[in-house]
Design a protein around this ligand. Structure first.
Ligand code: NIG
Ligand code: FE
Length: 393
């Protein structure tokens, strides 16, 4: 693979505090970056840049790490726009619409599932996402959960088995039998296609005991734990995430001080999904309280047809800044390095030498524009493992 030198970088965000101005974002001005063999080979002042086979002039624009979207439900069929419209008219979000998507997903062919996922994946790439996690959870039977994960695997190695999303209608009278299925035949079919095990531990979904049972089975099958928790109420999700030393607990809208201490002590990332609050009209999580307590915060889209049909990480950053009072720097860090930590990855989410060359050239002079100009297509060019994945004219 030939090497590429990017010069004229007005602002290079490395997300490595040992580089550049030694801030959270490790910013270098008037910088250059060399990509070689799919990795970042060099960063530094433009005046000292080494030679390379190819040359790109950033013309004063900003370069940032590609976004790490560590929480999505990208494989599904069907449409719930009417449910969204009803919510905007005052209806509350309960998660009850999940079964609508399950019915449509079960009825869809592999080709339909693949095409829908591909369209959303392309949107995500165009908005600067270079790593994406994809969950199952809209099949809730052995065959469909497996089909979802087979499709997800075509797009990312970061796949998550979420058979414990809700109890499907056919098991409404025997929840224990559904948990047995998830931990038995369904897990056996899905574990080979998954890196992670997840449970929706919340009001109207799975109890503390059920959550522990499913997580234990997943861990026993070699999967790494993560959780949906504390979205709809003050549930046990955060405490169970700490108990299992999960990589991340996601949503975190309703947390007690004890929950926050437990997350900080156990090193569990709190993944915030403000697109869900935006699209359900719910209160936003208290991001500053988490940061002040020393918890690592990640931002992700939660892209799904019910609570957040959003593929754009720049929109999530804008929401985090405007609605959750993160600084633009904290929001960008959470959307890159925070996401990498939520996926236990140290090769992505930053642009220090040795990192994967997943980077984004913005059509803007600084990262602040991501929140400052919401809705504008600021992603000009994307490199994925050192290769151009997108180029806007
Ligand atoms: O992460 N909270 C649970 N699951 C999804 C939403 C599912 C749906 O409404 O379809 C979420 O928000
Ligand atoms: Fe989710």
């Amino acid at each position: 693979m030939s090497s590429t030198l990017i010069t004229g970088i007005g602002e290079l965000v490395t997300c490595d505090a040992s580089l550049g101005d030694e801030s959270l974002l490790g910013v270098l001005h008037d910088a250059a970056l060399v990509i070689d063999d799919g990795r970042v080979a060099w960063v530094g002042p433009a005046a000292q840049a080494p030679a390379a086979d190819e040359h790109v002039d950033a013309a004063g624009r900003a370069v940032i790490p590609g976004f790490v979207d560590s929480h999505t439900h990208l494989v599904f069929a069907g449409d719930r726009a009417a449910e969204f419209a009803a919510r905007m008219g005052g209806e509350p979000y309960t998660g009850g619409g999940i079964m609508t998507t399950v019915a449509a997903t079960r009825a869809a062919s592999d080709e339909q599932l693949r095409a829908g996922c591909a369209a959303r994946f392309a949107e995500a790439t165009a908005s600067g996402t270079t790593t994406i996690e994809i969950k199952s959870g809209y099949g809730l039977d052995v065959a469909t959960e497996r089909r979802i994960l087979e499709v997800a695997r075509e797009f990312t190695p970061e796949t998550t088995f979420l058979g414990a999303h809700v109890v499907p209608a056919e098991f409404a009278d025997d929840r224990a039998a559904y948990v047995d299925l998830v931990c038995g035949e369904m897990l056996a079919a899905c574990a080979p296609l998954s890196r992670w095990i997840d449970v929706f531990c919340d009001t109207g979904a799975f109890s503390a005991e059920e959550t522990r049972t499913v997580l234990s089975a997943g861990v026993g099958a070699g999967l790494l734990p993560r959780l949906h928790g504390n979205q709809l109420g003050h549930g046990p999700g955060a405490q169970i995430a700490a108990e299992f030393e999960a990589a991340s607990v996601d949503h975190c809208t309703h947390l007690t001080d004890d929950d926050i201490t437990a997350l900080a002590d156990a090193g569990v990332v709190a993944t915030l999904l403000p697109g869900a609050e935006f699209s359900t009209g719910s209160e936003y999580p208290d991001a500053r309280r988490l940061l002040d307590a020393g918890v690592t915060v990640a931002l992700a889209t939660d892209c799904n047809p019910g609570s957040a049909y959003i593929t754009s990480m720049p929109l999530i950053i804008a929401l985090a800044v405007r609605e959750m009072h993160l600084t633009p720097a904290q929001a960008l860090y959470a959307a890159t390095c925070g996401g990498a930590k939520a996926l236990r990855r140290d090769d992505i989410g930053h642009l220090a030498p040795g990192a994967r060359a997943d980077l984004v050239l913005l059509d803007a002079p600084s990262h602040e524009h991501l929140a400052y100009r919401p809705g504008s297509p600021l992603v000009r060019q994307v490199w994925l493992g050192g290769l151009p994945a997108l180029q806007q004219q």
